[in-house]
Design a protein around this ligand. Structure first.
Ligand code: SF4
Ligand code: SF4
Length: 301
């Protein structure tokens, strides 16, 4: 059975030992430890959809406002799949939520903060439909929690940090990303439009809500009013967004479409592709004309 192996960079702080739920770790973290807040002053936190929902609700902000104030974009893979990190101070990697008393959003802190210093490695064997979770310790010099004597299993640590609900909520999204990555180059570079849809469904839940309420959405998707009524809830809408992404990106149809809407969309898309192809061919022709003296003669001749 072939399996994707994690590739760790040279001098990575990740200890190269795969841990399972019942494996024990030695670690403790508490207010008063000598390194208190050190990790939050060197923050590099990748955000998942449920992290954003919890934080924006906690802060009483719309998703647009949260993204503008607290998130920074990055590319999750070579094709440019959009990711988000938690914003830090401009000049230093200090999290905007850290105070002398600790994390000011502690009860709603992101999943990556909860896991630290445990890293979650999600992998899927090429011949398996389900993914496997492994864990690894991250040892950084600033973190003195590793010198403490307390031992506990990974399962106990996850429970203590309340990460289970985060993993449960984000599971389908991680599956989408894994699937996208394991699709490899054969799948080709996704279109700009599919990246925009991925961004909106993953991170910008309030904009996504306006989108599903729009006439153009209702013209294509055949959903009962009761489904639309449930979309007032961020988590329900987030889960619907994962379904929509699976349908649009991977053709896993679970959302009914209006009669003929799929064919019409395909035809419209074909039209756009053809227009782009013609524009591209036109550009190439002009390039050829200027690079090729024979063609140049013909062009002006
Ligand atoms: S959100 Fe809280 S726990 Fe996470 S880095 Fe910021 S201050 Fe630290
Ligand atoms: S023990 Fe590690 S996780 Fe806890 S405050 Fe110190 S640096 Fe952060």
């Amino acid at each position: 059975m072939s399996q994707e192996k994690p590739i760790l960079p040279f001098e990575s702080p990740v200890v190269p030992e795969m841990l399972k739920l019942n494996d024990k770790i030695r670690f403790n973290c508490y207010k008063g430890i000598s390194c208190f807040n050190a990790c939050c002053k060197q923050a590099d936190i990748t955000l998942a959809p449920f992290d954003i929902i919890r934080l924006k609700q906690r802060l009483g902000m719309s998703s647009e406002e949260f993204l503008a104030k607290h998130a920074v974009p990055f590319q999750m893979d070579a094709t440019g799949l959009p990711g988000l990190k938690l914003r830090t101070e401009d000049e230093r990697p200090v999290c905007l939520f850290v105070t002398d008393e600790g994390c000011s959003v502690y009860e709603d802190r992101p999943s990556a903060c909860r896991y630290y210093p445990v890293g979650l490695l999600t992998m899927r064997a090429s011949d398996s439909p389900t993914e496997e979770h492994h864990y690894a310790m991250v040892r950084e010099d600033h973190c003195k929690g590793h010198e403490e004597s307390r031992t506990l299993t990974i399962a106990e640590y996850r429970k203590e940090q309340d990460v289970e609900i985060y993993d449960e909520m984000n599971r389908e999204w991680y599956q989408l990303i894994l699937k996208k990555k394991s699709g490899g180059p054969a799948v080709g570079k996704p279109s700009e439009m599919s990246f925009q849809l991925f961004f909106m469904c993953s991170y910008d839940i309030d904009r996504f809500r306006r989108f599903v309420q729009s006439d153009s959405f209702k013209k294509v998707y055949d959903l009962p009013e009761s489904d639309h009524a449930g979309f007032g809830d961020d988590v329900t809408l987030m889960k619907f967004g994962f379904r929509l992404l699976k349908q649009v990106l991977f053709g896993e149809f679970t959302i009914p479409m209006k009669e003929g809407a799929y064919e019409q969309r395909l035809a419209e898309r074909q039209e756009v592709i053809e227009m782009k192809r013609q524009a591209e061919a036109e550009r190439e022709k002009k390039k050829d004309v200027f690079n090729n003296p024979d063609l140049l003669d013909k062009f002006y001749g």
